[in-house]
Design a protein. Structure first.
Length: 745
């Protein structure tokens, strides 16, 4: 068969498997078709769909990305990619993809699908004001007045929270133009004009029999939603429920691949009984299958859950441990083991397993290995925080851990809670974890504050922060958020003051690491605040972090330079240079400092000191060509061409040692272009051209050199140059010979 026939064979096979929902087999068939014709977008799309149905989301994303490259005008791969990103919990990226999908549909004049994707984007992430505006316009075009009004109200709500009264009123006016007597819009206008906050846009229930196009869209700011991110397909029983559900599907797939023996029939019976929650019957069937040598990890995952439901906790632990070897079941098995140990009263082992489940879920959502490594460090810190707890406190803590691992939104809640909790522990120094977990009100408050900040709802975020401070006045994570809100609102000096207070509080607790982190954060937004940098340098010196000290010295000196405080900048760079020599810092770091010192000398027109510093760089880093080039320019600037030529010769020798003839030619050509009357430069360029057999280029340079020599009255030198030209065999050799006779050479 030819490639096309093989391709169609496997495509049809994939369609058959997909029809029967045998997704793993469909994946294999579609992958084989794609392998046969790699440039075909259809097989990539079908393969992506099969991977999506198999819940192999990362692989599906890769395939859909490839399909998008193969068919850039097809919105389906992009739309499916957004769906996958949403399932992975990468909501911001998903929202951006949905916006891109909507743009493609708009280009194809498919307004309904464009609207659908814009709506999905606004539900996944907040702050998409431009998208709300585009939605309002699209609703107007399609006659959905109420939906358009809602979008304008949403815009007004956001603009008012951002303290942009003018834009808020403009949005209201657009809404009134659609429906001048709308009471909700009129009330909002009066509130904005009076300086009062308008309420979040609310929807009335659709009238009975209202057409679908007039049904109100869910608002980003619905009270029920309150900006909480959504996640798809999260099993209410958490990782345990998700792993069990996958194990049932995997086991069924494995069993159906072979002949239906008695053992396989018993296992299939167990699957069906477990699905209808006949746990005792299912467990009995699985035991019989196991005794007949059915021993897949999927079987043990299912049995572990059944043992747990039947309160046979020791047996459940054994089964989960056997299932944990399969990566897809590891988090679920850890969750199940944790629950079993909780029931057995073995709190310490329970906490280890539950934290393992939390860590596995959280790191699985990490964007890259670096982020995963950081998360592992956080969970190690959480685990160490449980070591000194009493069993009773540990029992309460485990109950809270298990609570975080269950419910419809556990995949979203886990990273949010982990961020707030790790902040809380980090700021508490010697305090115990039990206080944080027993009363999660502050942790929950920090989570809500973060959501409001993400949504740019700074007033609500600040209100939540002040409420949290009333409950716990010394909660440093909350104070950090207040500083962050002030920064976002443009109240820079107030934010810096607040950050300083937080840093001082960390120092009072002898928590230098977090104090340094806070100062780092502030310096990013106030880089010229020399006081902050001095505080950080002192802190790093006490910590013995000399390499970071060196970076801060450079930053401090640069801040002085930006404020034109040249003496302080020079002295600080010199202090940094001494530190670099003391700690034997890399040559590149010392060279960086010296270059910055040159900037100061040049700003003061102190060419002599600048020259000495360039020479110091040249000695320190002989292969550093920038310093040599700058020295050349500096010598020319000081009307010292002989020294400039010496420096050029040194630079060319360095290039020759590196066997970089291309740099030799490029450098000389650039210099000749800048100084066309420099005879020494032209002579050197002509010599190089001769060495590389560029005869006509050499003649051109020698001809120009000869003219310069004649103009300068250097007849002897001109004669020597003309003889060089003749030796190269120019087309007009006789003319050059006549010129030699005229010159009496």
């Amino acid at each position: 068969m030819g490639r096309r026939e093989v391709y169609e064979h496997f495509m049809n096979m994939g369609h058959d498997f997909a029809w029967n929902k045998s997704w793993d087999k469909a994946v294999a068939a579609y992958a084989r078709a794609l392998q046969e014709i790699p440039e075909d977008p259809q097989s990539a799309k079908y393969l992506g769909f099969a991977l999506l149905e198999s819940k192999r989301y990362v692989d599906a994303l890769k395939v859909y990305t490839r399909a998008r490259q193969l068919a850039p005008d097809d919105p389906v791969p992009l739309e499916k990619s957004a769906d996958v990103l949403e399932r992975l919990g990468r909501l911001k990226e998903a929202a951006q993809q949905y916006v891109s999908v909507a743009d493609v549909y708009l280009a194809q004049q498919d307004i309904e699908k464009a609207i659908s994707n814009f709506e999905r984007a606004t539900l996944l992430t907040s702050g998409l004001l431009q998208i709300h505006y585009r939605l309002a316009q699209l609703y107007e075009r399609t006659g959905r007045t109420r939906a358009a009004i809602l979008q304008y109200l949403t815009l007004a709500f956001n603009f008012q929270r951002a303290k942009d009264k003018t834009k808020a009123l403009q949005a209201i006016e657009r809404a009134l133009r659609l429906e001048p007597s709308n009471p909700q819009v009129l009330n909002a206008k009066r509130a904005i004009e009076a300086g009062e906050f308008i309420a979040a846009p609310q929807f009335e229930a659709p009238a009975p029999g209202a057409p679908a196009s007039e049904k109100p869209q869910m608002s980003l700011f619905d009270e029920e939603d309150e900006n909480k991110p959504k996640t798809a397909e999260a099993h209410e029983d958490g990782p345990l429920g998700e792993a069990t559900e996958k194990a049932l599907g995997d086991l069924a797939e494995l069993l159906l691949q072979g002949g239906l023996s008695l053992a396989e029939a018993r296992a299939i019976q167990g699957i069906e009984l477990q699905k209808i929650k006949d746990y005792a019957g299912a467990l009995d069937a699985f035991k019989q299958a196991e005794s007949m040598n059915i021993r897949h990890t999927a079987l043990y995952m299912c049995m572990g859950t059944l043992y747990l439901n039947n309160k046979q906790f020791a047996e459940a632990i054994k089964a989960f441990e056997r299932a944990a070897s399969e990566e897809d079941y590891t988090a679920g098995a850890a969750h199940g083991i944790g629950q079993a140990y909780m029931a057995l009263g073995q709190s310490r082992k329970a906490s280890e397993s539950l934290l393992k489940a939390l860590r596995l879920v959280d790191t699985a959502l990490a964007i890259n290995p670096d982020e995963a490594g950081q998360l592992i460090a956080v969970y190690n810190q959480l685990l160490s925080s449980t070591e000194g707890m009493m069993d009773a406190d540990l029992g309460n803590t485990n109950a809270q851990f298990n609570k975080w691992l269950t419910g419809k939104d556990w995949k979203v809640r886990i990273p949010e809670t982990r961020r707030a909790l790790s902040d809380r522990i980090r700021s508490g120094a010697g305090e115990e974890l039990k206080y944080y977990v027993a009363d999660t009100s502050i942790v929950d408050a920090v989570t809500r504050i973060d959501r409001y900040i993400k949504a740019r709802m700074y007033t609500l975020a600040m209100d939540e922060a002040y409420s949290a401070i009333e409950k716990d006045p010394v909660s440093l994570p909350v104070h950090q958020r207040i500083a962050q809100i002030l920064m976002e609102e443009g109240r820079i000096q107030e934010a810096i003051t607040k950050y300083n207070v937080v840093a001082d509080s960390f120092l009072a607790r002898d928590d230098r690491r977090n104090a340094a982190m806070i100062l780092d954060e502030v310096i990013k937004v106030a880089p010229t605040d020399t006081g902050l940098r001095m505080s950080l340098i002192e802190l790093l010196e006490r910590e013995g972090q000399q390499e970071r000290m060196l970076d801060e010295y450079i930053g401090l000196a640069h801040a002085y330079f930006q404020m034109a405080e040249m003496d302080q900048a020079r002295d600080t760079y010199q202090e940094g240079l001494r530190l670099a020599q003391r700690i034997n810092a890399p040559t590149s770091k010392r060279v960086e400092i010296l270059y910055r010192m040159v900037d100061i000398y040049l700003a003061r027109l102190d060419f002599r000191q600048a020259q000495r510093t360039y020479e110091q760089i040249r000695t320190l880093a002989p292969d550093e060509d920038r310093a040599r080039k700058e020295l050349v320019e500096l010598h020319y600037r000081q009307n010292n061409p002989l020294e400039a030529i010496k420096e050029i010769d040194g630079l060319l020798q360095a290039y020759a040692k590196q066997k970089r003839g291309d740099l030799i030619i490029a450098t000389l050509e650039q210099m000749v272009s800048a100084r066309t009357n420099d005879m020494a430069l032209r002579a050197r360029l002509a010599a190089v051209y001769r060495q590389v057999n560029r005869r006509f280029d050499a003649i051109s340079q020698l001809d120009a050199l000869g003219e310069l020599q004649l103009e300068a009255g250097l007849y002897k030198e001109a004669c020597a140059t003309i003889k060089q030209i003749i030796n190269l065999g120019p087309t007009d050799t006789e003319q050059y010979k006549q010129l030699l006779l005229q010159l009496g050479c």
